[in-house]
Unconditional design. Structure first.
Length: 295
């Protein structure tokens, strides 16, 4: 009986610890970029969706922007094509673009279904809907990589309409150029552009690593909080490499454009989103505005 009471008290303590955060972020917009290994199995997917649904139910206004790169590669392989990459960017010819759009729409509706199963209304859209994401052709160091888009403008009205009507928007990163041709967009770039356009309070990247390290080979160099200015210093000093470099650039760009805080979390950890947002210590890396004091 005593042990049961202890468990109950611990649960109460967790709720009390979460209370100031729930009050602080009530009615605030949070953009969650969801992709990578966090999408790799259904259990992880369900954990992420449960977290986002809970955020919605306690008063946040969450928006999910999802990727689907691994799933796209799988389907490209199924039709006998070989996935080609230049400087880490997928070369997207017309046929690959068609496959990418089909796969992203499939993933989109799977996520919608998971949210709906938890009793929350969700609507899945792509950047085509409401002319949300306008793009131009992106080149990689001058090389043509096909139908890959660079975002030039965001028209967030469709997102505001969904939020105002109590829907959880789930967005696939596909956009249109001025000639209404369809382009694939890097999901990190899409999440960052959307977070800026809607004035999100938080932008969260669910990734395949624990967060940011000064030295990736030294686990003791983990950074739990850093200002955008210090993050820029890390970038220019050459410490940050690989896939983390564009992600961190997106993080600092979001902060400079009015997003209050950006989080990099390991999406493979169950309920990482709740642990980072509703507890005093968090588990990932938070990038904050330069004038915000770091605890």
């Amino acid at each position: 009986m005593e042990k049961d009471m202890e468990k109950l008290l611990k649960k109460a303590e967790v709720l009390i610890e979460a209370l100031p955060y729930i009050q602080k972020f009530n009615r605030k917009i949070i953009v969650v970029k969801y992709g990578g290994s966090a999408m790799s199995n259904e259990e992880l997917q369900r954990n992420v969706i449960k977290d986002v649904t809970l955020l919605k139910l306690v008063g946040f206004k969450p928006i999910i922007v999802h990727g689907g790169g691994k799933e796209i590669s799988r389907w490209v392989g199924k039709v006998g094509k070989e996935a080609k990459f230049i400087n880490g960017l997928r070369v997207t010819d017309e046929e690959t673009m068609e496959i990418a759009e089909m796969v992203l729409n499939k993933v989109n509706k799977q996520l919608v279904t998971m949210v709906e199963e938890l009793g929350v209304k969700a609507v899945g859209i792509s950047g085509k809907d409401g002319n949300l994401l306008q793009v131009e052709k992106k080149y990689s160091d001058g090389q043509d990589i096909g139908f890959v888009g660079e975002i030039t403008n965001v028209k967030p009205k469709v997102i505001y309409d969904l939020l105002e009507n109590d829907f959880l928007p789930i967005i696939a990163p596909i956009g249109l150029d001025e000639n209404f041709a369809t382009y694939n967009i890097n999901a990190d770039d899409a999440a960052c552009a959307i977070a800026k356009a809607v004035g999100a309070d938080k932008l969260v990247f669910l990734t395949d690593i624990e967060g940011l390290y000064r030295d990736i080979n030294d686990k003791s160099s983990f950074i739990s909080r850093i200002t955008a200015e210090k993050a820029d210093e890390l970038i220019s000093s050459g410490f940050i490499g690989g896939g983390m470099l564009p992600k961190l650039n997106n993080c600092t760009s979001a902060i400079k454009n009015g997003v209050n805080r950006v989080h990099i979390l390991d999406g493979r950890i169950a309920h990482c989103l709740l642990l980072e947002i509703f507890t005093n210590h968090g588990i990932g890396t938070a990038i904050v505005a330069d004038d915000e004091e770091i605890e």
